[in-house]
Every structure is written in structure tokens, then in C-alpha cells.
Write a protein that binds this ligand. Structure first.
Ligand code: FAD
Ligand code: NAD
Length: 470
């Protein structure tokens, strides 16, 4: 068995798998090293199970908005069983087959850099293997949940995204720390599946603070209507859990302490670089691996090291990691052939516009490009237009009491869209049109000729442009 490959990829999450795919298509030999499960966090403890847990909540909202339809009680056990199916019962055999079928060599073990172009793998089955790369090593090791250092918090063994997405049962009383995407999605999923007392503790002023302010506000209103409590401006000062797995008491910077059956920490993520040997190639330990727009790590002699996905800290999203991976695999192949490596397809440009993202709550909160605040901060000549999504005929037809909002951020100098935000049930499917308009810098005068079908919610595009003055 040869231990020399053109490319070695460490981490077989969505980013690592896609680098391997593109590099093999480019004619290179590839080894993929994976310490846990091929498919990564996304397939087993993140995107896939979280969306499986949210789907019934979403549907329940839909049904409740249509007079004459009613929903029986949610069968939580059946929902958890479907989630188990969605994560292939934690068996990665299918994904391993996909990798070996590329074809690429799959090496199960924990990889670490051991000097230039060398990767030492502690094999899962015991022993060690030293791999060397002729052209490139790609780090695709993802990220880990952060647990803040509040006294007693780590000792209480709280849930993180891993435990909540893999939950075998739903706690009756749940406290969630954090107001970001994981906190919002999982608070709503757990509440919908039976966590009757769900409290979300937010350090800042509101939910989803990286989006336009109305996004977090509308999600908070939906939470309030369904009985989820949000306490903002609240810090956790101490946590007590006398019995492992027993009730937990969370002491706060203001107000009475809260007792719950489970505690979920959703306070962000850090790059998975522990023990990765970054120091052996002259990079600082413990930090995201900084890359240029070809995904090549900066500050590494001879430019053989690359980093894609969460580990480079750019956009912690599966679709962005996969996009970076396509760029990276193609650029490595081009450089290996001695081809031009500066073609437009060989550069990561989408992140610079502002990555598209969907928060799969009810209502869904979706955005691409810059928020108004960011666009102003960056000095653009900004004008914004907003529209009530609920007053579009297509939205009204979806159900009574459909509530939603759209906002476009326009660059007045170039008359193009800098950013778009939609909040509303089912709004996720509106987002890609916005992504195309923002990324392709479509002039508003041209966009005017993209006629939305009647009666779809997409008619909001027409209303936004009319409100703008076209
Ligand atoms: C609860 C939750 C829900 C999410 N939902 C969405 C969503 O709906 N849409 C979306 O776009 N994003 C979502 N995300 C973000 C998404 O999961 C990540 O952006 C994505 O998984 C990153 O992919 P990756 O390949 O960079 O890393 P990962 O998926 O983390 O994969 C990294 C892989 O590397 C392996 N590895 C790490 N270190 C080593 C090593 N030293 N040697 C060998 N292998 C190693 C790991 O075992 C893992 O398999 C969600 C995240 C969370 C936490
Ligand atoms: N649908 C999706 O696309 C999706 C779903 C889940 C996660 N993700 C990705 O995963 C990443 C991680 O999500 P996340 O929700 O963990 O992170 P996040 O950065 O979105 O939110 C973290 C939240 O925790 C708060 N916080 C941070 N430190 C804190 C502390 N010490 N005490 C109290 N609160 C604190 C922040 O103010 C923020 O509200 C995100 O970048 C997101 O893009 C995406």
C-alpha cells in the first residue's frame, strides 16, 4: 500500500469530501483521513438531524394556518426515529463507499501534520501510518462547540449541539444559553417535541444578531406566541447540578435562578485544530487556519497547505465549506498540472458578498449579502426598501395569519442589490433568487424584467422593486 499521494485531506466532513472529489476529477490521487465518521458533523450532529427535528414543527405551523385542517399531537418517538434514519443510524458505511468509489483511499484515524507535506495518522484500529503528499495537504477538520467558562457550567455536563441533535428523549424543562442559530433552531425543535418549559438566555439584546434586526424580532415573537421564554441581556453567572443527569439550576446576572431538566449550550464554535500539529509547519496553534482566496494557508513556505470549511473560520456553513472545497480541489489540480491558477472559478468570491444562510425556525429567517448596518459601515451609498411579505397574494394563500417581511439593501451608486433578507414561513426557497441577484450584481433595471409567477410568494420581488420606485 503506497503511503504517498498527490493530495492528503484531513477530515471527511462535507468540505473534505468535496475537495477529494474535485482533486480526483482533476486527475490526482487522494487519501482522506477521518477520525470519527465520514460525513462529518453536518451529517450526524448538525444540519441533517437538526432539520429532521425541526420539520414537524414547521409542518405544525403550516397546518395551524389553514382553516379546516388540524394536527394531532406530535408523536415524538416517531420523529426521533425518523431523525435516526436521516443520520443513517450513525453508520458512515455509505459515505465511506462514496469516498472509496471516487476513487480515493479512506484512512480511518486521527491525522496530524508532522512537518511539510507529512501527515501522521494514529489509526483507529491501532498503530500509526505516515502519509506524504506530492502536491498538497488540505485541512478540513471542522469546528467544535464552545462551552463558556461560567462556574459550574462544564461540570454540569451540559448538552451541546451534539447531544441535542442526537437526543434520545426530550426534556420537559430546557434552558438554552445563546441567541444564535443553534439556540433558536434547537429551542424551537425541542419545544415543539415536548419541552414545555423552554427558556432561551441571551447575553445581548436579541436573537440572531448577525441578521437584520427584524429577523430576530420576528423569531422572538413566534417564540413568545408558542410559549418559549426569551430572557435577553442575561448572563449565566453560575450553574449547579448536584446529581449527574439530575435537575440543573442556572443562576443569572439578573432575576431568579431557573431550574431545568437539561441545559443546552449554544454559544458558538471554535476551529478543530487541537493536536493538528500546526506548529510543526510554523503556524500558530489554537487558531483558525488563515487562507487566501484560493484556500491556500497563508504563511506556509512553498504553499502546499490548504484549509477549507469551518476550520478556516470564514463562513461556518456547509454549503460555503463545500464551495470552498470545489475551489480548493480545482486549484490544487490546476497547480499540479502547471496550468493557470488565477481563473475566476479558482477563487472564493461568494463569501465576500456575504454568504447565504437560512435559519430553519418558524418563521424561517434567510439572508444573503450585507445587512444595512454592514453596508453603511463599509461606506456604500445605501438605500433600503422593505415590504410586508404577508400582504403578497401568494403568502396569503399559504395560510391565515401568514407573517413575514422582506428587506433589500441597494447600492445607489451602482443600482444593484447588496443584501436581501426574507423572514416568513417557507421563505427559504426565496433565498436563492436573491443569492443570484446579489452575486451576479444584477442591475435593478434588469431585475425588473424577471417576472415572478402569480400567485407565488416570489411576487415580493415585484413589490420590493415597485416600492423602490421602478
Ligand atoms: C446544530 C447545527 C446545525 C447546523 N445546521 C446547518 C445547516 O442547516 N446548514 C448549514 O449550511 N450549516 C449548518 N451547520 C454548520 C455545518 O454543520 C458546518 O458548517 C459544517 O459541518 C462544516 O463542514 P466541515 O467539513 O468544515 O467540518 P465538519 O462537518 O465538522 O467535519 C470535519 C470532520 O473532520 C474530522 N476531523 C477533525 N479533526 C480530525 C483529525 N485530526 N484527523 C482526522 N479527522 C478529523 C471530524 O471527525 C469531522 O468528521 C450547523 C451546525 C450545527 C452545530
Ligand atoms: N441553519 C444554519 O445554517 C445553521 C444552523 C446551526 C448552526 N449554523 C452555523 O453554526 C455556527 C455556530 O452556531 P451557534 O449558534 O453556536 O453560534 P452563533 O455564533 O450563531 O451564536 C452564538 C450565540 O451565543 C452567544 N454567546 C457567545 N458567547 C457567549 C457567552 N459566553 N455567554 C452567553 N452567550 C454567548 C452569542 O451572543 C450568540 O447569540 C454558526 O456560525 C452558524 O452559521 C448554521
Amino acid at each position: 500500500m503506497s503511503d504517498e499521494f498527490d493530495v492528503i485531506v484531513i477530515g471527511a466532513g462535507p468540505a473534505g469530501e468535496n475537495v477529494a472529489d474535485r482533486a480526483v476529477r482533476g486527475g490526482l490521487s487522494v487519501a482522506v483521513v477521518e477520525a470519527e465518521r465520514a460525513g462529518g458533523e453536518c451529517s450526524y450532529w448538525a444540519c441533517v438531524p437538526s432539520k429532521a427535528l425541526l420539520r414537524p414543527v414547521d409542518l405544525a405551523g403550516e397546518v395551524a394556518r389553514v382553516p379546516g385542517m388540524s394536527l394531532g399531537p406530535i408523536d415524538t418517538a416517531a420523529v426521533l426515529a425518523r431523525r435516526d434514519e436521516a443520520v443513517s443510524h450513525m453508520d458512515d458505511a455509505g459515505q465511506v463507499r462514496w469516498i472509496t468509489g471516487l476513487p480515493a483511499e479512506f484512512v480511518r484515524g486521527r491525522g496530524r501534520l508532522d512537518g511539510p507535506r507529512r501527515v501522521r495518522v494514529a489509526l483507529t484500529d491501532g498503530g500509526e501510518r505516515l502519509l506524504t503528499a506530492r502536491h498538497a495537504v488540505v485541512l478540513a477538520t471542522g469546528s467544535r462547540a464552545v462551552v463558556p467558562p461560567a462556574p459550574g457550567l462544564a461540570e454540569a455536563r451540559p448538552w451541546t449541539s451534539r447531544e441535542v441533535t442526537a437526543a434520545k428523549s426530550v426534556p420537559g424543562r430546557l434552558v438554552v444559553i445563546g441567541g444564535g442559530v443553534v439556540a433558536c433552531e434547537m429551542a424551537q425543535a425541542m419545544h415543539g417535541l415536548g419541552a414545555a418549559e423552554t427558556t432561551v438566555l441571551v447575553r445581548g439584546a436579541g436573537l440572531l444578531e448577525r441578521m437584520e434586526p427584524f429577523a430576530g424580532q420576528m423569531v422572538a415573537e413566534s417564540f413568545a406566541a408558542s410559549g418559549i421564554t426569551v430572557r435577553s441581556g442575561t448572563e449565566v453567572v453560575r450553574v449547579e447540578r448536584p446529581e449527574p443527569g439530575g435537575p440543573v439550576t442556572v443562576h443569572l446576572s439578573q432575576g431568579a435562578p431557573i431550574e431545568a431538566d437539561e441545559l443546552l449550550v449554544a454559544t458558538g464554535r471554535r476551529p478543530a485544530v487541537d493536536g493538528l500539529g500546526l506548529e510543526s509547519v510554523g503556524l500558530p496553534a489554537g487558531r483558525a487556519v488563515e487562507v487566501d482566496d484560493s484556500m491556500r494557508a497563508t504563511g506556509v513556505e512553498d504553499g502546499w497547505l490548504y484549509a477549507v470549511g469551518d476550520v478556516n473560520g470564514r463562513d461556518l456553513l456547509t454549503h460555503m465549506g463545500k464551495y470552498q472545497a470545489r475551489v480548493c480541489g480545482d486549484v490544487i489540480a490546476a497547480r499540479a498540472r502547471g496550468d493557470k491558477d488565477d481563473l475566476p472559478a479558482l477563487r472564493e468570491v461568494a463569501g465576500g458578498y456575504g454568504a447565504p444562510q437560512v435559519v430553519f425556525t418558524d418563521p424561517q429567517a434567510c439572508s444573503v449579502g450585507r445587512t444595512e448596518a454592514r453596508a453603511r459601515q463599509e461606506g456604500f451609498a445605501v438605500r433600503t426598501v422593505e415590504y410586508d411579505l404577508g400582504s403578497v397574494t401568494g403568502a396569503y394563500l399559504l395560510g391565515d395569519g401568514y407573517r413575514g417581511r422582506a428587506k433589500a439593501v441597494v447600492d445607489e451608486d451602482r443600482r444593484i442589490l447588496l443584501g436581501v433578507t426574507f423572514v416568513g414561513p417557507g421563505a427559504a426557497e426565496l433565498l436563492h433568487a436573491a443569492t443570484i441577484a446579489v452575486t451576479a450584481e444584477v442591475p435593478l433595471e434588469r431585475l425588473w424584467h424577471a417576472v415572478p409567477s402569480f400567485p407565488t410568494v416570489s411576487e415580493v420581488w415585484l413589490r420590493l422593486l415597485e416600492t423602490y420606485g421602478l
